[in-house]
Design a protein around this ligand. Structure first.
Ligand code: BTN
Length: 269
């Protein structure tokens, strides 16, 4: 399927020249336009792509976010990419991939936005001044050539986009809007890949340091929140205590502390 899509060979070789990683980005496929980089990466992963293989696109016609939402980004201005991962983590530890990627992205963003400090909304949003600039989508699929599940980590990062549709403008932002500076997207992507690789290595040894760094950026720590699992139900109310060893959210509820591995957090009064 991807054979028929025009590749951006210039982008692929430029990125390879910048990467200092062992595995993340070791193989790159860059496209002008795809439906979703997560879909392309899942297909590639299923047919044997190595750990760290990266799919980049200048534009996605059907970019997707969590809860079936669309991810929209203007062509040529942002970062939309997916990484095929075969993490050496137990199945109940896979949530740590999102945790590692969020910290990696937030650290890379902070290097460009200081003194503005990125924060993280559990599980997968990176915010600047309370507005979302980056989201992650972790999807697992079964590999035909490997007994381990293939994990696809998709990242959408608003970089040089200078405005958003009205319905998003109070919730979305970009690095350009926050700093007034255009960013070299390729350098930023290389930096994020490098940091993801190091954070995944760290997670493999122990999640303690990674969780400490994530919680230091967490927006709702100590706050009363409601955790929703779909738009149809009321969710669970509690106070955010932090992350457990697998990256789950610990909520102090009326029934005591409980750990959740999915959901969307909103502040409650
Ligand atoms: C979210 O915030 O809900 C997650 C957004 C994830 C968007 C990225 S863009 C690259 C990759 N391809 C997709 O279709 N989605 C992810």
């Amino acid at each position: 399927m991807t054979q028929s899509l025009p590749r951006r060979k210039d982008f692929e070789s430029d990125l390879r020249g910048l990467l200092r990683t062992e595995s993340i980005g070791s193989t790159v496929r860059a496209f002008e336009s795809v439906d979703s980089t997560n879909t392309i990466a899942a297909e590639w992963g299923g047919s044997g792509a190595p750990h760290g293989a990266l799919v980049f696109a200048e534009y996605q016609s059907r970019g997707r976010g969590r809860f079936g939402r669309a991810w929209q980004a203007r062509p040529g201005l942002n970062l939309t990419f997916s990484i095929v991962l075969r993490p050496e983590l137990g199945p109940d530890q896979l949530g740590l991939v999102t945790i590692a990627a969020c910290v990696a992205a937030a650290d890379a963003i902070e290097a460009l936005t200081t003194p503005t400090r990125p924060t993280i909304k559990w599980p997968n949003d990176v915010l600047l001044n309370g507005r979302k600039c980056c989201g992650m989508l972790l999807e697992t699929s079964v590999s035909k050539t490997n007994e381990h599940p293939v994990v696809v980590l998709g990242t959408g990062l608003n970089v040089n986009q200078d405005s958003f549709p009205q319905e998003l403008s109070d919730r979305a932002t970009s690095l350009l809007l926050e700093t007034g500076q255009l960013v070299d997207r390729m350098q930023l992507l290389a930096d994020i890949c490098d940091r993801i690789e190091r954070r995944l290595e760290q997670a493999k040894r122990s999640s303690a340091e990674l969780r400490r760094d994530y919680m230091a950026r967490m927006t709702d720590i100590g706050a009363p929140v409601r955790l929703h699992f779909s738009s149809a139900e009321g969710g669970v109310q509690g106070v955010t205590l932090g992350l457990d060893e697998s990256g789950g959210l610990i909520l102090q509820t009326d029934a005591g502390p409980r750990v959740f591995h999915a959901g969307e957090v909103t502040r409650s009064l």
